[in-house]
Design a binder for this molecule. Structure first.
Ligand code: SAH
Ligand code: SF4
Length: 429
């Protein structure tokens, strides 16, 4: 999400005469796009800011700006705490950047952290930062109103709003014409995408099919899905379109009903399992990944075991796993005690990570002997003689280079694997 926002900011700045540089020493302006989801993310930003501070000592004209969720959360406090920062701007105010830059140029500090009910940056053509020229992100909605008890996102990114589908399809077409072969539609909860204007009513399943019809050679991915509203309609749309990737990221956070209830996730373990069954029935062979939080308030050993058992039952290909981090002003911070000692959180998280590594390896072993269509992304990090890409299930596949280039679809038969990667040979046609 932040990456996609940086591309919007890049575009706004480019339209006002600025260029991006890969050499930080050359920069006249440094913007840090920040995340507040966990305290650790904020600490990393603070460290990075120290590096920029020393650059500013050498070059007093350097403008330093903080963008995104930390800007939104801390507002003027950030200007007090980091006195060499010139500009603070929240995620819905990026159009104001050129104006704020003018203020900064007069030697004053500038800040805009207003959230909007409508801003989707629909008309802005993002610059593609650090792109491989093959896959790109398209932001389809902003904000979130789910208010999961642990989560700061609804506070830093404001109300949920969907972007005009015409502009989404236009962006997908432009990307395809520029040579891109994969787009990932982004939102905090894409299943609740809903466009309802002048009698035009479009839900996420319909949007997905529209984007899929841009070109059969354009792959579509999406993130993130919320288990409470992943519908059969959506699963059928995925199953029925070859170019909608067979991979679903479905965060479950905890396997315990007691914790899910406290987290205000609005589903139960049984509901989640039923949705996984539906995915297995409607989209056989679908890739599955998830997010897990270890050590949420009052989590018992039994709750933790339920998380492990759900992981085993699903057999995820991949997971993002986190230690619970209390965030100011969230429901959990106000109502619950962050009562799991850090060493217990750490141990439980490690058990989750160890299990996931096993599950990823097992999942990859099951793919040996299968043939997948792989979209080539680039040269393998380990050897110039090999390329890498992803299969529809979102697994990284490494295969011999031959004459293929990024953007090519290649049929690859899997011969070997690690827990992170599939290795294969180009299939005989
Ligand atoms: N909208 C997405 C996820 C957004 S944040 C969803 O609902 O799935 C990405 C992930 O960060 C979450 O899924 C959760 O696992 C994790 N996360 C969010 N807040 C957290 C917190 N306070 N502590 C630890 N992990 C957190
Ligand atoms: Fe946070 Fe929940 Fe919204 Fe995801 S759905 S962004 S976890 S509040």
């Amino acid at each position: 999400m932040n990456f996609s926002d940086s591309e919007i900011v890049g575009s706004i700045m480019a339209n006002n005469g600025y260029e991006t540089t890969k050499d930080i020493k050359e920069a006249d302006v440094i913007f840090v796009n920040t995340c507040s989801v966990r305290d650790h993310a904020e600490q990393r930003v603070r460290k990075r800011l120290q590096e920029f501070k020393s650059l500013k000592k050498k070059n007093p004209g350097l403008v330093i700006g903080i963008l995104g969720c930390m800007a939104e959360r801390l507002k003027t406090k950030l200007l007090e705490e980091e006195e060499y920062v010139d500009l603070i701007i929240g995620p819905d105010a990026y159009r104001e950047l050129p104006m704020l830059m003018e203020t900064v140029e007069t030697g004053q500090k500038a800040i805009n952290v207003l959230l909007s009910d409508e801003e989707t940056y629909a008309d802005i053509k993002p610059v593609r930062l650090g792109s491989n020229g093959v896959s790109a992100f398209i932001s389809i909605m902003r904000g979130c109103e789910n208010f999961c008890a642990y989560c700061i996102v609804p506070f830093t990114r404001g109300k949920e709003r969907s972007r005009d589908p015409k502009t989404i399809i236009e962006e997908a077409k432009n990307l395809f014409n520029q040579g891109y072969r994969e787009v990932t539609l982004l939102g905090q909860n894409v299943n609740s995408y809903r466009w309802n204007h002048n009698d035009e009513l479009i839900n996420f399943a319909q949007l997905l099919e529209k984007v899929a019809s841009v070109n059969p050679q354009l792959r579509i991915r999406f993130a993130t899905s919320h288990p409470k509203d992943i519908s059969d309609d959506l699963l059928h749309a995925i199953a029925n379109n070859h170019n909608i990737c067979k991979a679903i990221h479905l965060p479950f956070q905890s396997g315990s009903n007691h914790i899910l209830n406290m987290m205000k996730r609005k589903y139960t373990r049984e509901w989640y399992m039923e949705r996984i069954e539906a995915i297995r029935n409607i989209i056989p062979g679908c890739g599955l990944s998830t997010d897990i939080i270890s050590g949420f308030c009052s989590e018992t050993e039994k709750d933790h075991q339920e998380t492990l058992s759900l992981m085993k039952w699903v057999g995820y290909d991949y997971a993002f796993m986190f230690k619970y981090s209390e965030r100011p002003n969230t429901i959990a911070a106000k109502k619950y005690q962050d009562d799991i000692p850090d060493d217990v959180k750490g141990r439980r998280l490690q058990e989750v990570i160890n299990l996931q590594q096993e599950l990823s390896h097992k999942s990859n072993l099951r793919d040996i002997g299968k043939t997948f269509e792989v979209l080539t992304e680039g040269i393998s990090r380990k050897s110039n003689d090999f390329l890498f890409g992803r299969n529809s299930q979102n697994k990284v596949v490494v295969f011999p280079q031959k004459d293929y280039k990024p953007g090519d679809y290649v049929q690859v038969t899997i011969t070997d694997c690690t827990s992170a990667t599939l290795l294969g040979d180009v299939a005989e046609s």
